[in-house]
Design a protein around this ligand. Sequence first.
Ligand code: SAM
Ligand code: SF4
Ligand code: F3S
Length: 452
Amino acid sequence: MASSVLQGKTYFVRTFGCQMNMHDSERVSGMLDAAGCLPAADPDGADIVVFMTCCVREKADTRLYGQCSSLKSAPVPPSGRRVVAVGGCIAQRDGEGLLTNLDNVDVVFGTQAITHAGELIARAFETGESQVLTSEDNVQSATDMPWHRETDYHAWVPIMTGCNNFCSYCIVPYVRGREKSRPFEEIVDEVTGLTRLGVREVTLLGQNVNSYGRDLFGAPRFADLLRAVGETGVERIRFTSSHPKDLLPETIDAMAEVPAVMPQLHLAVQSGSSRILKAMNRKYTREDYLALVDRIRNKMPDIALSTDIIVGFPGETEGDFLETLSLAEQVRYAQAFTFIYSKRAGTPAAEIYDPTPRSEIQARFDRLVEVIQRTAYEENQKELNTTVPVLMEGASKHDPSILQGKSPKNQTVHAPVPEGANAGDFTGKIVDVAVDTARTWYLSGTLVGNPR
Ligand code: SAM
Ligand code: SF4
Ligand code: F3S
């Protein structure tokens, strides 16, 4: 544990990237809380600033440089010294090199060294020297670390770390290591404990939750885990991400049969062209994916599907892209995260020459977004004049008189705060909303009945 030098220091953690990083940030914050530190409202006033970084695309990579540099002009905090720490995937990738590129960084801790973040920061204060650690660690022990949760009603629960898939465009396996599943009982006990603390929704996390348990004794399956987590009494279960090549019929059955599993599935397709999927090393074809969607919808006709799609993978032709467009039309996603391919050094796809002009790729991207927006809008219309149970997150960031929350299908739902009430009274409560408006990215309506 970190030494008393941290007692009373203020800290600010900024997170980039995926839910894995968000959860890692909760662990780092928990570690700093346990060492006697206090959260700060902004990075400029904090004694300790931690950046939890992402390198999945170039944009995520460059944001760190901007934010780190802007700290240089921030006033010195009251304690007389600011320690800047960089964790997450860029830290794991670049290690010591970050100290050369960013001259105000004091601590670098990789994804494999997260359990040591507190002691490295303490040592930087004590010695005034920079600290770097990216070596292999028992990542699983991160689950023994203290945990500072952002909300009382929802928890991210990692069920595994790392990735074995090596999709040809993706940096994640290089910065997160190989798949390692958490013990079955440990996850179930954790969810039981969280439920007792008042958590109503958990999101089970892994780069490919469908391969959960393959590395454990007895090889428990993800379907078994869903059923066991369903027995804990937690009211809502979500999970991400789900690789189509590993989504087994028994998992689809468990999703349909466990009442707490929400009617929503994120199933990244990446491309609608079998030729490009092969080059991406995704190990399924367009036909496999569409057959899987049929199987899922046969069991759960009303499920909301979301996806990730990459446009402009090297060598993608107009014909390949048209297959992606037609797949998106056919599947009718409720939501899709669309990305322009970003070359990542060290991945196999970075070696493929691509003659396609950037303007052409941008035009394809815009055409895809148009289709996604239309189908998302049309899918949302199904909710008009229905009543949906919404887990409220609090007031909308844009309008304090509007409550915001999530439907079972993970749609954002808005409703006015009733007269004389506070948005905070509803946070973490499930309230029925009678939907009278359905837009592309949200539903809205009025509260009916009492919060529960
Ligand atoms: N493991 C998850 C899966 O397979 O569904 C995905 C995790 S990755 C952090 C999130 C998304 O980033 C991927 O699904 C992919 O669409 C996108 N992505 C990854 N590498 C990329 C790259 N080099 N360029 C553009 N998008 C990328
Ligand atoms: Fe990246 Fe593929 Fe692993 Fe997802 S499954 S993290 S896209 S390598
Ligand atoms: Fe980014 Fe690392 Fe997640 S590269 S998307 S933060 S696993």
